[in-house]
Design a protein. Structure first.
Length: 361
């Protein structure tokens, strides 16, 4: 699911190459069922629900509360690929400037020059307030993921304690955040950023709820067959994609996210212990590289825009950006992400092993 969602994010960004400019086709397509193919922001909400599911399994597997083991593992897992994506983007744009010239913001492209137009300290600190679009726009969601990961054990224990009341409690929290963002009270940039992260906590909590109730959910959803199952898939997809391309304010977009969260929740439930899930589990390549793909797909797209758009037009972007993104992502996965995963597990195991030795002594 992560892999497919990451691919949809690339499709959504690639529409800048021409599809969204073609009227009346774009006006029709974006309100048809095909809009799910360009639902990039919705895919990020799905990522957050899946992260809540995975982190619940991870925290529960530690065996007893060892926050140091958890946070060391989580920081390594997120931060190393994050830094690699930034370093690669800066290097590639520096090389591209020898052959191409573009204004910062042309077709959504950044033009990062270290020491000039980039907040280096903000990027290195990761969880503060800075402009993610200066180097690699997709990192905005990784910033929220890291913030939420830091406090995730609190979310874990709330969900464990309140059970299915998680849904109304955290949905109400998102609505309060949406109201606060709409302007009734003055907010500093940091206040606004932290409130937005608080909104996304809702979807981590939803994923955690699935993890806590996985076997019960599997029993219920595996009993659905035929038209009932198909109807639920269609309803989930409609809820997931319905906020797509609405000209909403940020606060209204947050309310729309709740619909996407419901669709994501149901789709994940449908995938558990199912024929669909079994089919997907045998096709792991895209899922395996999905994090690297998400982090680096915009760089691949921008390389194609600079190299091909003016000369060959929109079609060339669709034909070249996907294979280039796959190639870059696989290379980053092998060289950076896979070692980071191994290091994060080693760190967690080492800390837990030392803690058990100390307890035994």
């Amino acid at each position: 699911m992560r892999g497919v969602a990451a691919l949809l994010v690339l499709f959504s960004h690639a529409t800048i190459a021409g599809l969204y400019k073609v009227e009346p086709i774009w006006g029709i397509v974006k309100w048809s069922p095909l809009k799910i193919l360009w639902s990039g922001h919705q895919a990020v909400i799905l990522f957050f629900v899946l992260s809540g599911f995975a982190l619940t399994k991870m925290w529960g597997a530690i065996g007893y509360p060892r926050y140091d083991a958890y946070i060391a593992s989580r920081v390594i897992r997120l931060y190393l690929p994050y830094i690699a994506s930034l370093a690669l983007a800066v290097l590639v744009y520096a090389i591209l400037r020898h052959w191409f010239s573009w204004e910062n913001g042309w077709m959504g492209l950044p033009n990062p020059i270290l020491g000039n137009n980039v907040n280096i300290g903000g990027h290195l600190a990761m969880i503060g307030v800075f402009n993610p679009a200066e180097i690699n726009p997709p990192i905005w969601s990784i910033i929220h993921e890291m913030r939420i990961s830091i406090v995730f054990p609190v979310i874990y224990y709330i969900v464990k304690r309140v059970g299915w009341f998680t849904v109304p409690i955290f949905s109400a929290l998102s609505l309060v955040v949406a109201w606060s963002i709409s302007g009734p009270i003055p907010l500093t940039p940091l206040d606004a950023e932290l409130l937005i992260s608080l909104h996304y906590v809702t979807f981590f909590a939803a994923g955690s709820l699935i993890a806590f109730n996985q076997h019960r959910i599997e029993d219920v959803f595996s009993a659905l067959h035929g038209r009932k199952r198909l109807a639920l898939w269609i309803a989930a997809a409609m809820a997931y994609a319905y906020p797509f391309d609405n000209p909403w304010s940020l606060s209204l977009r947050m309310i729309g996210d709740l619909g996407t969260g419901i669709g994501s929740f149901v789709m994940i439930c449908l995938m558990l212990h199912s024929k669909e899930g079994a089919w997907a589990s045998r096709r792991r390549f895209l899922g395996k590289i999905s994090f690297s793909f998400y982090l680096n797909h915009v760089l691949a797209l921008n390389i194609c825009l600079l190299a091909f758009y003016d000369r060959y037009g929109s079609l060339s972007i669709w034909l070249t950006s996907v294979p280039l993104a796959l190639g870059i992502s696989w290379a980053i996965y092998v060289m950076v992400e896979r070692p980071a995963i191994r290091l994060s597990r080693l760190m967690r195991t080492s800390i837990l092993g030392k803690a058990r030795q100390t307890a035994a002594a």
